[in-house]
Design a protein around this ligand. Structure first.
Ligand SMILES: [Zn+2]
Length: 384
């Protein structure tokens, strides 16, 4: 009886332990709330997120990577949309984010004009420098400049007639020195504190398009931040032989600027990094993950696959070569061995207002966490 009771307890304990990702959900819910306004360029969204994340590191018992401050500050130009965002087509008022998006590099404009059709999807007013395009999917971005022409992209599915006239009122503001910060923390190693394994993820997203619409960025990349923070908590409680470093980058969406700044101003010498794993889009995983740089670092990729095969965490781990598609890129360029992985399958919302916490499953976060823990253990034993 006793033995049975004990094994039931053990089973339950490990089951709940492996499946408990309530913290990860809390982080994604928090970071996607209106307070953080899409962790971008208006309403202090990015700054509020940086402060929140510093506090999470501190509460988890981590120390700043430079021993003084979790924030590594830098600045860059950013185009922002802090105010009015109104578009009418054929006399009908449109819903920002749902019916349309504006070009990330648009400037302020208040005008009403007739459109001339250029092809099946392009309509322009040359005098007012307005281009209207019909798109199959609205995908927003961020820009460091303002351009001459203003672009308005319309979701084709929501229009039964062609756009003939347009009325716009957009308030844009180019900020020459937008101030942002990477959030950097560490857990000191017990045997080789000068050797580091890094885990990184960007916490910024696209921010707001006008003062009523923001892009929550649940999968991109509140999900990766949640995974990173849960690993930070784990390592704070279980220090490793090597030091474990964590960087939450700012300004990824505007051109990988946070990671670029870090590699140009490294807090820990880049040559001391044994390996870096970057996670960006970690909220699904029905079809497993894809690993960028898998073919470049074959030994490490074999290690990750062996761990996954032995433990059956993910249905598949796909391999890709080099790609400049997230923050690992600058590290790879400077000779730091690194992977970038993203989850596959499930929802397809991307850089749009539908990338929300409520529809993001986070179904592989517990598995990804275990995979990363074992992978990082293996790295400390693996000869290069
Ligand atoms: Zn991203």
């Amino acid at each position: 009886m006793k033995i049975i009771a004990l094994s039931v307890f053990t089973l339950l304990y490990f089951h709940t332990n492996a499946q408990d990702i309530s913290y990860n959900h809390k982080i994604v819910d928090t970071l996607t709330s209106p307070y953080f306004w899409g962790r971008g360029y208006t309403k202090d969204g990015m700054k509020k997120a940086a402060n929140f994340l510093s506090a999470e590191f501190k509460n988890a018992g981590l120390q700043p990577l430079d021993n003084k401050d979790f924030l590594q500050k830098f600045s860059f130009p950013a185009n922002t949309f802090p105010g009015k965002m109104e578009v009418e087509v054929n006399g009908k008022k449109l819903v920002p984010g749902v019916d349309y998006i504006v070009g990330a590099d648009n400037h302020s404009a208040k005008t009403k004009c007739k459109l001339e059709q250029k092809d099946s999807v392009t309509f322009i007013d040359a005098a007012n420098k307005i281009v209207v395009k019909l798109e199959n999917k609205l995908t927003w971005s961020a820009a460091q400049t303002q351009e001459d022409y203003n672009l308005i992209q319309l979701d084709k599915k929501r229009f039964t007639e062609l756009p003939k006239n347009i009325k716009i009122h957009i308030e844009a503001k180019l900020i020459k020195k937008f101030e942002a910060a990477n959030v950097c923390a560490m857990v000191a190693g017990t045997q080789k504190p000068d050797s580091f394994i890094f885990i990184t993820a960007h916490y910024d997203h696209l921010g707001g398009m006008g003062n009523e619409t923001y892009f929550p960025g649940a999968n991109d990349n509140a999900s990766g931040v949640a995974l990173l923070l849960s690993l930070a908590k784990y390592y704070a409680a279980h220090p490793q032989k090597y030091s474990i470093g964590f960087i939450l980058f700012a300004a990824e969406e505007i051109g990988l600027l946070g990671s670029k700044y870090y590699t140009e101003h490294p807090i820990v010498p880049l040559k001391n990094i044994r390996f870096l794993t970057n996670t960006d889009l970690a909220g699904t995983g029905e079809e497993g993950i894809t690993v960028v740089n898998a073919t470049v670092f074959a030994k490490e990729f074999a290690l990750m696959n062996k761990i996954n095969d032995d433990n059956k965490y993910l249905v598949s781990i796909g391999a890709r070569g080099k790609a400049a598609n997230s923050d690992h890129y600058w590290f790879t360029e400077k000779g730091v061995p690194s992977f970038f992985f993203y989850t596959k399958g499930g929802i397809s919302a991307y850089h749009d207002v539908f990338d929300k916490a409520a529809t993001l499953p986070l179904n592989e976060q517990a598995d990804l966490m275990q995979l990363m823990i074992k992978f990082n253990e293996g790295l400390q034993l693996l000869n290069r």
